[in-house]
Design a protein around this ligand. Structure first.
Ligand code: HEC
Ligand code: HEC
Ligand code: HEC
Ligand code: HEC
Ligand code: HEC
Ligand code: HEC
Ligand code: HEC
Ligand code: HEC
Ligand code: HEC
Length: 416
């Protein structure tokens, strides 16, 4: 039985091997045997390679003759007359890949859902534009995808899996020596890693958080222009965008060429928001542009002050309820209201983006009512604590009196 099992397994692997073209491909047979790691490497991770899985072997990219008859004949297999091109120049790679990837009819046979516009898009990016001008330090297809072990974006080990993308880009963009001729910053990855987006994606594995390409595009990699920024941020932060677009800042920012969201939040180093960003304190965004006494300044001041007092109300309610709970009083009703008050607070942070005191005020008023209600609940709970204590005292005194009188009674009886 054991032998039969092994025999069947062997046959199975033989067919797997044969059907993948391994057995019949001169390039693979010879290169696999090579002792030169540069020659052997392309054959080492074939099992992961999306092209190999689809029957696309060496000669489809490099040309030459893969007939197994030439597995020992270098010259016949790698014959320029049979289209062998050797290692393509870096600048020629996008054309090489797009021979298939821009051919809709061809690609449809393999995967009808796969877009075929990567090359068109690429040509609109800073990478593509510079490549056409002869600068081959920019990213070409193989810099982002790899070459001989290309994997689709949803595979965890793929260079373009969302969590791996920042590393893929930073290979060049964080290398100040490599990038020195361009005069652009090389701190994007360092800032991103510590930003709310970077922490969420890289440390908390929250895939709804953006990687580099969520903001820059995959193939049309391009710094978002001034007017497109809120569109990009707004694909995820929908309500903030809607508010911004109807706020006084929209036109004012456009006129002054200010980049919408990132004028306040920044781009690569975006941090979690804090209350102090609103108002006229030291860490306020608003005072960067609004001088003391101006209309914007006064609005910021009022908004900041109201948000502060809502915050303080909520903290007060929290404290009261905590005390009551410690004393053993049921506070679930109060905690429910507290949670609502907290949600109301979050709503005010959101409605900052109307940049209108009146609209902000309309949102914060119901918040105050809820917070006041929570404080009330806290007070009631604490009253109950006091009531309980009072009753406890009365009952203790009563018990004491009964005990004393019992004592004297028993004493009198025993004397008799
Ligand atoms: C009999 C062995 C053998 C076969 C068959 C073979 N190669 Fe090679 N290949 C070599 C050796 C040895 C080198 C390095 C020497 C050289 O550049 O000629 C090489 C080099 C290469 C290079 C790098 C060329 C360069 O300029 O550095 C590529 C690409 C390549 N082979 C692809 C192929 C492809 C595609 C096939 C199949 C169509 C193939 N090889 C078939 C042995 C082989
Ligand atoms: C999807 C297209 C594609 C396929 C399929 C492909 N190659 Fe390549 N290969 C390339 C490109 C592009 C380069 C240049 C890589 C670079 O410059 O980074 C390359 C480079 C090479 C080199 C130079 C050394 C290196 O690793 O850069 C060798 C040798 C090679 N290929 C052999 C092979 C062999 C053998 C196969 C089949 C097992 C194969 N290639 C399959 C596109 C392909
Ligand atoms: C000979 C035609 C051909 C060439 C040349 C070619 N590809 Fe492909 N590629 C395909 C086919 C076919 C698929 C499989 C589509 C599928 O199953 O999704 C594919 C799949 C891919 C995928 C995965 C797409 C997905 O999400 O499933 C990537 C990424 C990719 N190729 C990149 C490249 C790059 C980069 C190059 C150039 C170095 C290249 N291809 C050259 C035909 C080709
Ligand atoms: C700057 C990096 C970069 C460059 C350069 C690049 N790609 Fe991509 N590519 C990506 C990323 C990131 C994705 C993943 C998209 C996703 O998550 O769905 C991708 C996805 C793909 C896909 C899967 C289908 C799709 O469009 O989403 C194919 C096919 C592909 N690229 C081919 C190419 C080809 C061909 C080239 C060269 C003309 C190229 N790529 C250049 C980063 C790049
Ligand atoms: C092979 C190296 C390399 C890789 C990998 C690479 N880039 Fe680039 N990138 C460059 C070079 C070089 C430039 C040209 C700089 C310039 O024109 O200022 C550039 C330009 C850019 C620009 C335009 C900058 C400007 O304002 O001029 C953006 C945006 C960009 N890359 C984003 C990305 C993203 C996102 C990734 C990863 C998906 C990536 N790059 C991967 C080398 C690379
Ligand atoms: C949340 C969106 C967002 C993310 C994520 C993001 N960027 Fe940017 N990036 C921008 C914006 C917006 C600009 C334009 C800055 C400007 O115009 O002032 C920019 C500018 C750039 C530039 C031009 C030079 C510069 O610093 O101004 C490069 C290069 C770049 N980003 C690369 C990257 C890389 C690499 C990553 C990932 C590590 C990344 N970006 C992640 C939004 C983003
Ligand atoms: C791909 C979706 C996506 C894009 C694009 C995006 N973000 Fe985010 N952003 C998130 C997620 C997810 C979080 C973390 C969830 C949270 O804490 O609310 C977040 C968090 C934030 C925070 C912190 C919120 C807080 O409660 O402290 C700010 C501020 C922010 N993003 C601003 C921006 C700006 C500005 C842009 C454009 C330059 C942008 N985001 C682009 C998804 C995105
Ligand atoms: C990047 C600069 C900038 C920042 C930061 C900024 N503003 Fe403005 N704001 C403007 C400009 C420009 C106008 C147009 C009117 C003007 O010039 O004062 C304006 C107008 C306003 C207006 C309408 C009143 C008027 O003068 O027409 C309000 C309200 C306002 N801002 C509130 C705020 C608040 C609140 C903050 C902080 C969260 C803030 N702004 C941060 C630039 C800015
Ligand atoms: C004029 C400055 C300014 C601009 C422009 C701005 N924000 Fe904000 N943003 C703030 C302030 C101030 C806060 C809240 C601080 C607080 O009160 O806690 C905030 C809070 C946030 C938050 C967290 C609270 C929430 O709403 O969930 C996100 C996310 C956010 N902003 C995204 C954006 C996006 C996206 C844009 C562009 C459409 C944008 N911001 C434009 C100043 C700004």
């Amino acid at each position: 039985m054991k032998w039969l099992n092994m025999f069947i397994t062997a046959i199975f692997f033989f067919f797997l091997y044969a059907s993948n073209g391994l057995a019949q491909n001169s390039c693979i047979i010879c290169h696999k045997k090579s002792e030169d790691t540069d020659l052997k490497r392309p054959t080492m991770k074939l099992a992961d390679d999306i092209h190999f899985k689809n029957g696309i072997t060496c000669e489809k990219c490099h040309g030459g003759d893969a007939n197994p008859a030439f597995q020992k004949d270098e010259e016949a297999a790698m014959d320029a007359d049979k289209g062998f091109i050797g290692v393509p120049d870096k600048g020629d790679i996008p054309k090489l890949c797009s021979r298939c990837h821009s051919n809709a009819q061809y690609m449809k046979k393999f995967n009808p859902n796969l877009p075929v516009d990567q090359y068109q898009q690429y040509l609109t990016s800073q990478h593509g534009k510079r490549l056409l001008k002869g600068d081959d330090k920019v990213a070409v297809c193989s810099d982002c995808h790899g070459v001989h072990n290309i994997q689709p974006p949803n595979v965890i080990t793929s260079k373009i899996f969302s969590v791996n993308i920042p590393k893929t880009c930073s290979k060049c963009h964080s290398d100040s020596v490599y990038m020195k001729d361009y005069g652009i910053p090389t701190d994007q990855y360092a800032l991103y890693k510590k930003s709310v987006h970077g922490i969420n994606l890289l440390e908390k594995d929250d895939r709804s958080s953006p990687s580099c390409t969520s903001c820059h595009g995959n193939h049309g990699a391009y710094p978002p222009g001034v007017t497109s920024v809120s569109n990009i941020c707004g694909t995820c932060h929908v309500t903030q965008r809607e508010m911004f677009l109807t706020s006084p800042h929209k036109e004012a920012f456009e006129e002054m060429d200010l980049p919408q969201c990132i004028a306040c939040h920044g781009n690569h180093g975006i941090s979690n928001v804090k209350r102090e960003m609103l108002g006229v304190g030291e860490n306020s965004f608003c005072i960067n542009c609004h001088d003391e006494g101006s209309e914007g300044y006064l609005a910021a001041q009022k908004m900041g002050a109201e948000q502060d007092s809502l915050y303080k109300k909520i903290e007060q309610a929290k404290l009261l309820l905590m005390k009551a709970e410690k004393a053993g009083v049921e506070v679930s009703e109060g905690e429910f209201i507290l949670k609502e008050a907290h949600n109301a607070f979050v709503k005010t942070q959101n409605s900052v983006h109307t940049f209108s005191y009146e609209k902000f005020h309309q949102v914060i008023v119901p918040g105050f009512k809820t917070a006041q209600n929570a404080v009330q609940q806290g007070r009631l709970a604490l009253n109950e604590v006091q009531n309980r204590r009072r009753w406890l005292a009365i009952i203790s005194i009563l018990i004491f009196i009964v005990a004393i009188s019992l004592y004297f009674k028993i004493k009198a009886m025993s004397k008799r």
